[in-house]
Design a protein around this ligand. Sequence first.
Ligand code: BES
Ligand code: MN
Ligand code: ZN
Length: 498
Amino acid sequence: MEYFTTTGKASRRAVDCVIVGVYERGKLGVGAADIDAAGKGYLKELVRSGDVPNKPGQCVVLTGVPGVRAKRVAVAGLGKHSKLDGTVFRKAVAAAIHALDGSNTRQILNTLTLEPVKDSSPYYLARSSVEVMGETLYRFSEMKSGRKKKPLALSKYGHAIASRGDTSRSALGAQHGDAIAAGVRLARDLGNQPANVCTPSHLARVARKLAAGNGKLTTQVLSEAEMKRLGMGSLLSVTAGTAEPAKLIVMKYKGGGSDRPIVLVGKGVTFDTGGISLKPGPAMDEMKFDMCGAASVIGTMAAVAKMKLPINLNVVVPAVENMPSGKATKPGDIVRSMSGQTIEVLNTDAEGRLILCDALTYSRRFKPAVIIDVATLTGACVVALGAHRTAIMSNNDKLREEIFAAGDAAGDRGWPMPQGDEYAAQLKSNFADMANIGGPGGGAVTAGCFLGKFTDGMDWAHLDIAGTAWKSGAKKGATGRPVPMLSQLVIERSGALP
Ligand code: BES
Ligand code: MN
Ligand code: ZN
């Protein structure tokens, strides 16, 4: 895909489609006003007739608009002029791209980037425009046979800017958006693949392939034997019941000299049956998404490498399958983690924390500037925050706020949840240093507290994405979250934000 910017009049550009916006009460956006002037009031008349929708999420595609060189004009609703923010902007772009999907549009000029979007900039508008396009056109159809609908085959995507001074920032936004969209796509693909394809070995293969031919990126994969030598008794207890070999995937991107790296740790349970604490049948298929934390950190790595950010980033993925069998770990079993702390496994379905704790201990060797784990960790998190926001927990208030702000800026939002001794006390065990569950109250928080017992002395945050990583129901599928949030954080820390 080629991206471009232009300060020229939308009516003069000979592209397949121009995207313009109209507000409620018949107010035309900047691009729409130009189209209207070129057509001597044609658009305004249409709007007056009531044939042009103006609510966010609505769009109509017009052809043969007089005075306009573009073949099509996609008119997207922008809602109330005073309420145009990043969320409405995204909705409008999505509606336009969706309306064009299936047409043979190859070049698009998007003029919505000229609108006065609250708290935004040419960089963010171009970036989210490209991200939204990727999101809207995404399909997972590799496993459907038969004829497939042809996806929109775009070759050129342009953004209108108000002045030449905005050119480089808008172009950088498109480039970053393109990289983030690729990371999101990879994360969604990995999440959507069934567990008989997306095994720990498959994740390792994908991570290796990403590094192949990239001088700044390396992938290393540790086997079960190596994990055993490292003393990862907690991680290995989760994989005891399955025939699929567990992998510890370590990716390193070196773009920042000798700086301490950001370390991202992603939960990679490629299928979570619950183990001996077996889950109930309904919707158990959705536990193929239990590796979405892994997918999101690998996706973020792909995005960061594509942006060539001047920073060091390490990604660590403990990848296992959680199955019941004659060899599986049983409730009450006590295991020794790599940190030396012992854990009473009261529930084999609280397995995410058991693999993450050893991955966190392993990561100490990197002397992280900051370490963030990402996991579909608890059903309790879905009860607390639903599907809209990722839970953010941390042992450092500033870090938690930094991640929160990054989520807002990226349109991939989170919400803070507490940590504290009173919650951690719920993890007491009669027989070991701790239990792996903390009782019925505050399940998302006590899961975080469990991980907190392995992160002493590190600046650490935990993202519970159980609600945000995938959608259930008719639109079932992985979302790719929180790749945008994490990418934003890395972009900010690398100093690459314009
Ligand atoms: N992968 C699940 C968490 C989950 C459940 C995510 C439902 C999304 C939807 C995790 O491994 C798990 O089973 N957690 C248990 C913990 C409990 C046993 C303390 C849970 O949430 O029920
Ligand atoms: Mn589980
Ligand atoms: Zn799980």
